[in-house]
Design a protein around this ligand. Sequence first.
Ligand SMILES: [Zn+2]
Length: 182
Amino acid sequence: MKEATAKCLRNDFCSGSMAHMRYLIYAQKAREENFPSIARLFSALAVSRYIRASEQYRLVHELIGVHTACSEAHFTFFRTMDNLERARDDEKHEANEVLPAYIAVAESQGEGAASKSLKCSAAVCRHLVALLDDVIQKTKHADEEPKIEQLHVCQACGYIAAEITMGGCPLCGERAKFISVT
Ligand SMILES: [Zn+2]
């Protein structure tokens, strides 16, 4: 794999790893503030980002050695309602600003597997933006959090589904490979 593309994947791995950890902490904070459904959503987001970051890691593991990477991530920690908005804005930034630049590099270098993986990350980010936005809007117009009983994260791509359907993952089409977050 060419170095410029590998660098993009390493950076994406870094930002995904930080997001994974940040969402675990946001989930804990939401539980402490008595928002169990939002805690469930943050836990599912953490699994989703873990799956995306793991894929980036596997793609560059052949380049043995020590490498540095830039996470492009923000260090933020607020109360739960602000964490929801922050998470949505971070995912939007990733989908609209960061990943399109990485995809352009991978495509210009003819790195098909990297480009496919980064495009999948962008699609998952857009999906996370929609999920977060939905919860933010519902929370704004109600006195309590919307009920989220269970979420299922596709192990192949990181898509988060409210229920598992016979058709498999709506994003990548994989069947019966979901991690349930209860
Ligand atoms: Zn999937």
